[in-house]
Design a protein around this ligand. Structure first.
Ligand SMILES: O=c1[nH]c(=O)c2nc[nH]c2[nH]1
Ligand SMILES: [Zn+2]
Length: 431
């Protein structure tokens, strides 16, 4: 097997900058030796060149090479309804999201949506995603097929609900279990795919549905779990009324046995201290979705409280409540919101890169991705802005790779994503 030597300015965060000083590793003229999709060696280009004089070189100088982004909360059926601005969560669901989600009953339509969606992810440099799937098993199958074809690392599953949405989107505990089991058997750990048990949120899920989810988790160790929590104050009130015996929103999932190391809960904008303590003890991740929180007016994410409690935090685009697939934009919006809120956490470029890469890999328990460590998969995004653009000007004049990284978060877009690799294979090459 021939090895390829990638020559680039690269940055990555193999350690957590919230707990480790100097977590940002940068190499201005760096080399990554990749063989069979796996990073075999990393260092200064000159050193790797001397050690591997015959390896063909892919020259990526002039841009930035980063680990592929890991989006830990994004909705498959919502790519075509991005932009429903100005409505609070429950109105936005009724008016924007759910009518489109009902169209996913048509598998041909769902396949077209899956292609648009995967194009959006790869075009933004996302190589791994925890995807909120569809309420229809046929649409989930179509998405797994399209993701396999594209090489995407997809963690997804059937979304299940049995109340308060629209009739077409409702199922029963028995059907949720049977369809989930069949999908797990077809797709979990097949190629790069993993299954995620996915009740939509407690507002739309009876105890019976949550128990069916728990049965799937028990019978298939290793499947992931995802749902929503504490996003909107009205939503929280309704959940409280629907589960009078629960201590809080988290307890609705906790009592069913759904909270653990493989659980990722989106939003958590309004948590109690008890909820944070339980999430930390279980190593359950909060997926922070700052553009969605802004667009739907959900509130300011209490990052400081999550960090103080020890809850892992990752990043999600939450398309289509969010405004697009770019985790650069999510990083910037997180930075803005922490700057603006009392007691916010000042976020450096290292924090933003970590949240967009390694934190997501950890949330999904995927040690093989998220950074550029030898032994990890070569999942990478090459940012190469067009000549004459402001980002190109910054890249050419930046005093350090860290300054260039800050500019990528401040002003980078999917238009700056030139190439994407997953497991060493090209997943996107812009003409
Ligand atoms: O941001 C959100 N998007 C959704 O589609 C959704 N469903 C339940 N809760 C939700 N929150
Ligand atoms: Zn969501």
């Amino acid at each position: 097997m021939t090895a390829t030597l990638y020559r680039a300015t690269f940055l990555h965060t193999p350690e957590n900058p919230f707990t480790h000083a100097e977590a940002l590793h940068a190499e201005s003229d760096g080399g990554l030796l990749v063989e069979g999709g796996v990073i075999r060696a990393r260092g200064a280009f000159a050193d790797l060149r001397a050690a591997h004089p015959d390896a063909p070189v892919t020259d990526l100088r002039g841009g930035l090479l980063l680990p592929g982004f890991v989006d830990t909360h994004v909705h498959l059926p919502q790519v075509r309804v991005i932009g429903g601005l100005g409505l609070p969560l429950l109105d936005w669901l009724d008016q924007c999201a759910l009518p489109e989600e009902a169209r996913m009953a048509d598998v041909a339509y769902a396949r077209g949506v899956a292609r648009d969606f995967i194009g959006g992810l790869l075009g933004a440099g996302t190589t791994t995603a925890l995807v909120f799937g569809s309420h229809f098993a046929g649409a989930v199958d179509a998405f797994f097929e399209e993701a396999a074809q594209a090489g995407l690392r997809a963690v997804t599953g059937l979304v299940v609900s049995d109340r308060l949405l629209r009739d077409e989107l409702h199922t029963t505990p028995e059907r949720a279990y049977a369809e989930g089991k069949a999908l797990i058997e077809r797709w979990h750990e097949v190629g790069r795919a993993l299954y995620a048990v996915t009740p939509r949120f407690s507002l739309s899920a009876s105890e019976g549905i949550l128990d069916a989810c728990a049965a799937l988790m028990r019978e298939h160790p290793g499947v992931r779990f995802t749902s929503h929590i504490n996003e909107n104050t009205r939503e929280i009130e309704v959940v409280r009324e629907l589960f009078p015996g629960a201590r809080d929103y988290l307890d609705t999932y906790e009592r069913a046995g759904l909270i653990g190391r493989h659980s990722v809960l989106a939003h958590n904008v309004h948590p109690s201290d008890r909820e944070l303590g339980v999430m930390a003890a279980a190593r359950c991740t909060a997926a922070h979705c700052p553009c969605s929180n802004s667009a739907l007016g959900s509130g300011f994410f209490p990052l400081r409280r999550h960090l103080d409690a020890g809850v892992p935090v990752s990043l999600g685009s939450d398309v289509g409540g969010g405004t697009g697939f770019s985790l650069l934009k999510e990083g910037l919006q997180a930075h803005f919101m922490q700057n603006l809120m009392p007691g916010g956490v000042p976020l450096s470029p290292a924090h933003l890169l970590y949240l967009a890469t390694k934190a997501g890999a950890d949330a999904l328990d995927l040690p093989e991705v998220g950074a550029f460590e030898p032994g990890q998969q070569f999942d990478a995004v090459h940012l190469a802005p067009a000549p004459g653009t402001p980002l190109d000007a910054v890249f050419r004049h930046a005093a350090s790779p860290e300054r260039a990284l800050a500019a990528a978060f401040a002003t980078g877009t999917p238009g700056d994503v030139a190439r994407v690799w997953i497991g060493g294979e090209p997943a996107l090459t812009r003409a």
